[in-house]
Design a protein around this ligand. Structure first.
Ligand code: BYC
Length: 316
């Protein structure tokens, strides 16, 4: 078959919602797009552990500390499922990590903002995990089999994360004046960066056209962002708080909320590595990698010893 015929057969499979599996033929650009998106997603999970990890030792009670530890561990697990899914496309884990550490691979802009108060833990659960779920539920039906299967498990855990976040905010919202002020301040700081998680406007989204054709993405950045705004504009009322957007207004004709302009200059600055915590985050990841070298070496030595012992017992 000529390449053109392979491409045609590939697109027909996608159109018929048949999953693409690792050994199936796929266009090189499809493979590269998936490696880019899945590895960036994996890096986001791993870097995403840092802002929350900073509050484990400062959680206000044993119960909250246990929940936070479990959540951060879940995120490590998500990173691992996703690195494994990306490896099925022919890139090694070491290469992906190297791309993160050298700054070649991106990770979500949201994790370059600092966590300044305890309320940030709940607000990250509500807004950041909420945005993540909005974006990731459609990925459970993405066209690449290993990615879609990883996302099913990730989404189940993410929805629990979101609920625990909102529950902790309900407690704060019924607390003292000081706690309510801390909560409002946290919402004010996280709202706009959460909207940026969905990526640039559709008109600026360079990867969307191909990703939609290949059903890697099933909804556009702006569609998902709008759904998120509509959801949060209602939920914030339950907290008796406000979203920091004077232009947020219900539009009866569209049956959606209108909202204000996103500061895209800030977004691109953060993506380019100039956000408040970019340097700190990458340094933390590089240090963790270097300090963990002995663990990786010990694991390899142990595996080799076991393999040699097994071979010796088979030969005997
Ligand atoms: N931050 O063409 P576009 C989590 C880049 S983990 C940084 O629309 P695409 C969580 C984009 O990469 C959250 N960069 O791209 C973890 C592209 O540049 P390149 C992560 C961004 O891929 C722990 C350029 O801008 N979620 O939720 O079609 C605790 C143009 O964009 C961002 C995922 O990774 C951004 N926000 O669409 C709690 C989900 N947005 O690569 C929570 C999977 C865009 O061409 N990923 N860029 O140089 C996706 O669904 C898609 O990749 C995106 C972007 C919707 C994010």
């Amino acid at each position: 078959m000529a390449v053109h015929d392979f491409e045609k057969a590939f697109q027909e499979k996608i159109d018929a919602d048949v999953r693409i599996e690792p050994k199936d033929w796929m266009p090189e650009k499809y493979r590269q797009t998936l490696i880019r998106q899945i590895s960036q997603h994996a890096h986001s999970e791993i870097v995403g552990m840092l802002p929350e990890g900073a509050w484990i030792s400062r959680a206000p009670s044993l119960k909250r500390k246990q929940i936070l530890i479990a959540k951060v561990q879940d995120e490590a697990g998500h990173g691992l499922y996703l690195y494994s899914a990306a490896e099925t496309l022919g890139i090694s884990r070491d290469e992906m990590i190297e791309q993160l550490h050298s700054g070649k691979a991106k990770y979500s802009s949201i994790f370059n903002y600092p966590t300044l108060s305890w309320a940030d833990m709940g607000v990250i659960g509500w807004l950041v995990d909420g945005a993540a779920i909005m974006n990731q539920v459609p990925l459970c039906r993405t066209s690449y089999g290993p990615y879609s299967r990883a996302m099913i498990r990730v989404c189940k855990e993410e929805s629990f994360h979101q609920r625990q976040g909102f529950e902790s905010l309900l407690v704060l919202s019924n607390g003292t004046e000081e706690q309510r002020a801390m909560l409002q301040d946290s919402i004010n700081r996280w709202w706009w960066p959460s909207l940026m998680m969905f990526g640039p406007h559709d008109s600026e989204s360079t990867n969307s056209e191909a990703s939609m054709k290949w059903k890697i993405k099933r909804f556009s950045n702006d569609e998902l962002r709008q759904r998120f705004v509509d959801m949060c504009a209602e939920q914030v009322k339950l907290l008796n708080m406000t979203l920091p957007d004077p232009d947020l207004k219900w539009n009866e004709a569209r049956r959606s909320y209108d909202f204000g302009k996103i500061d895209w200059t800030e977004f691109w600055e953060v993506v380019a590595g100039n956000g408040p915590c970019n340097k700190e985050r990458l340094e933390a990841r590089r240090n963790a990698w270097d300090e963990g070298a002995w663990v990786r070496e010990a694991a390899v030595a142990h595996a080799q010893k076991r393999a040699a012992r097994k071979q010796a017992s088979v030969a005997a």
